[in-house]
Ligand binder design. Structure first.
Ligand code: SF4
Ligand code: SF4
Length: 77
């Protein structure tokens, strides 16, 4: 068996923390996809607030609960 990844909203740069698409201003499901998908290459199983470039900055949309070990869809390198 070989594993593969799909280009879905879950791993798209345009997905926001409120499960909407910022490119299309649309509420989406994590397994939706469209031709404008932009792969969020850096998101992986070690991603968390502690290694997020937005941690403790004004760019973090969830600064009230952000802490080491937590994660949101706005995570970025
Ligand atoms: S651009 Fe497309 S794939 Fe990406 S979040 Fe929006 S609807 Fe989903
Ligand atoms: S809450 Fe999201 S954006 Fe904020 S530091 Fe954590 S992973 Fe990054």
């Amino acid at each position: 068996m070989s594993l593969s990844s799909n280009n879905v909203c879950f791993n798209c740069e345009n997905l926001t923390a409120s499960f909407s698409c910022k490119k299309h201003d649309l509420s989406v499901n994590l397994d939706n996809y469209c031709s404008d998908h932009n792969y969020k290459k850096s998101l992986n199983k070690t991603s968390n607030c502690g290694n997020c470039s937005k941690f403790k900055t004004d760019n973090c949309p969830n600064s009230n609960y952000a802490s080491e070990g937590l994660l949101c869809f706005s995570w970025s390198l």
